[in-house]
Design a binder for this molecule. Structure first.
Ligand code: ZN
Length: 140
């Protein structure tokens, strides 16, 4: 009897609850990313949304040592030398993403313009920094 009353009470109080919003992971737009926790959560949201949209992102660099950063600088692949000019990768607050081509399996290191603008726009909504025009796969 009591069990049934509890069931009825539970039913009455849950049946008319409003549904959860579609994307309950979304955070307030344009809230700047300040911590590793924010960065990790928001990059996970971005990756999840990319996969949902049928993209095949490939994760390259996240964390770099100062020596790795300096090697890339010396090869002309970064503007940060790792010692005087520090990259956000050295704090694991940046991620490089490339796109795989589903048909060929090739990985595109340079994104096409529409995709880059679309996903960087979303990244900015999640508090990320604007796209760097010469490094479209970089998110920080
Ligand atoms: Zn990068």
């Amino acid at each position: 009897m009591l069990k049934n009353l509890i069931k009825m009470f539970w039913f009455r109080n849950t049946v008319n609850e409003p549904e959860e919003p579609e994307n309950n992971m979304a955070i307030k737009p344009a809230e700047a990313i300040k911590t590793r926790t924010d960065f990790t959560r928001n990059i996970a949201i971005l990756l999840y949304e990319m996969l949902e949209a049928g993209e095949e992102p490939v994760i390259d660099f996240v964390l770099r040592s100062k020596y790795e950063q300096n090697r890339l600088f010396n090869e002309g692949k970064s503007k940060c030398d790792g010692f005087n000019k520090i990259s956000r990768h050295q704090a694991a607050m940046a991620m490089d993403l490339y796109m795989a081509d589903k048909l060929t399996g090739n990985i595109a290191f340079v994104w096409d313009k529409d995709r880059a603008e679309k996903w960087h726009h979303r990244w900015e909504q999640l508090g990320g920094k604007p796209m760097i025009s010469w490094d479209t796969g970089h998110f920080e």
